[in-house]
Write a protein that binds this ligand. Structure first.
Ligand SMILES: Cc1cc2nc3c(=O)[nH]c(=O)nc-3n(C[C@H](O)[C@H](O)[C@H](O)COP(=O)(O)OP(=O)(O)OC[C@H]3O[C@@H](n4cnc5c(N)ncnc54)[C@H](O)[C@@H]3O)c2cc1C
Length: 382
């Protein structure tokens, strides 16, 4: 029987381990002994969740379909319906997914993998002084994890999230509202995401296009504008963390991994959306696709799947990012959406991940001239 080690218990590792265990594969799941809260907004489009057979996140505490306000640097504001978005605390979400994988038969190894060694027809995982040999590894240990390091791959496609989780927020304030702001500084955007027990706040940007100091100052101004004075004293972790986005480096890295019996998934593969920097959905899906290829006995089909499912749409996302953040589209997006219900609906579908980039331009043009605005297809497969 095939033996697989999954490194990492985030969305990519959890979904891969769950699908593999349900498929009858012997799977060991390597996890840090004390998993922490991943710095992350925790927003997940609901339509992706039913794709994970054997996982029901509906009992988890979450903020569901929040009311959203968008702002741009010229003072335009737009209220938008973000129907179909569910915001979790990552600790809850990751823990529930790992528990589902263990219930399905995955074996927990509550220790971080320390070294990967190539052996004849397999890979040895060394952890805590012990070595175990597997036929295949699912690398789901993030942008700077052991899987990429052992392949000699530097982190690529790094956007950055700088921010924090603010806990114990004044319950008198309106914390059901999600705020997204586009400060007109390169490809950055700012957010306040309400979530159980507090809020996730931050700025996403690309180093090289914006300095850390400028990003930090923009975030402070934004939070001063939106939160009560004492927000700086609120407890909760602060962080600066990579968000590896999809690019030409993604498939290159995945192919190199396959040649060494490692299927890179999620942030380890760099699959986040270059425009929204949304990564959870793609981590869950790449975990499922990696597991599916192993279960079909065709691990090499994983790279083909990634290419056919993601490449075209993510390339379009990269181009849309430049138009949105640095072109006329971005400058006019909010006032046009305010004035035009059809365009507003397209923007709402895009932000709630119901509108793929493929077909976006056609739908926007159709909306502008008053044609029906149904979306082109459901993103990312059946
Ligand atoms: C500030 C910020 C906000 C974000 N907000 C959102 C959002 O709102 N929505 C969204 O969709 N995406 C968001 N993202 C992106 C999202 O967080 C990531 O794309 C997603 O978490 C990637 O999942 P993953 O499973 O690949 O990796 P991770 O979630 O990073 O999980 C990797 C796991 O591997 C473990 N690990 C590491 N090394 C080892 C080892 N050697 N052995 C065993 N385990 C190991 C780690 O402890 C970790 O648990 C955000 C990112 C940032 C930085």
């Amino acid at each position: 029987m095939t033996r697989v080690a999954v490194l990492g218990g985030g969305p990519a590792g959890g979904s891969a381990a769950l699908a593999l265990a349900r498929g009858g594969v012997e799977v060991d799941l390597y996890l840090p002994a004390r998993p922490g809260e991943k710095p992350c907004g925790g927003a997940v489009p609901e339509h992706v969740l039913p794709k994970i057979d054997g996982f029901d996140p509906s009992p988890l505490p979450a903020v569901v379909s929040p009311e959203a306000v968008l702002e741009d640097s010229r003072g335009h504001r737009l209220a938008l319906d973000l129907d179909g978005i569910r915001i979790f605390r990552r600790r809850d979400f990751d823990h529930a997914l790992v528990e589902a994988a263990l219930a399905a038969g995955a074996v927990p190894r509550r220790i971080k993998a320390e070294r990967l060694e190539r052996v004849e027809r397999g890979v040895r995982v060394v952890a805590g002084g012990e070595g175990r040999v597997y036929d295949w590894i699912v690398g789901a240990d993030g942008a700077r994890g052991l899987s990429r390091r052992s392949l000699g791959l530097p982190p690529r496609g790094d956007s950055v999230g700088l921010g924090g989780s603010l806990l114990g927020i004044d319950p008198g304030l309106d914390w059901r509202r999600l705020v997204l702001a586009f400060p007109g500084m390169a490809d950055s955007y700012l957010w306040i995401f309400p979530r159980p027990g507090g809020a996730s706040v931050g700025i996403a940007y690309t180093p090289g296009r914006l300095t850390d100091a400028a990003a930090r100052a923009a975030l402070d101004r934004f939070l001063d504008d939106h939160l009560d004075e004492g927000w700086r004293d609120l407890p909760g972790p602060r962080y600066r963390y990579p968000i590896p986005v999809f690019g030409p480096w993604t498939l290159e890295a995945v192919r190199r991994g396959l040649s060494r019996r490692i299927l890179l998934t999620g942030d380890a593969a760099a699959v986040a959306d270059p425009l929204t920097r949304e990564g959870i959905r793609y981590s869950l899906l790449t975990g499922l696709w990696a597991a599916g290829s192993l279960l079909a006995g065709r691990p090499e089909a994983y790279a083909e799947r990634l290419e056919s499912e993601l490449r075209e749409d993510m390339e379009k996302a990269g181009r849309a990012r430049d138009l949105f953040f640095e072109g006329a589209i971005g400058r006019w997006a909010l006032p046009l959406s305010r004035a035009h219900p059809g365009i507003r609906k397209v923007l709402s579908d895009l932000l709630a991940c119901r509108q793929p980039y493929t077909g976006l331009r056609r739908r926007l043009l159709g909306a502008a001239v008053g044609l029906p605005t149904s979306r082109t297809h459901t993103p990312c497969g059946p």
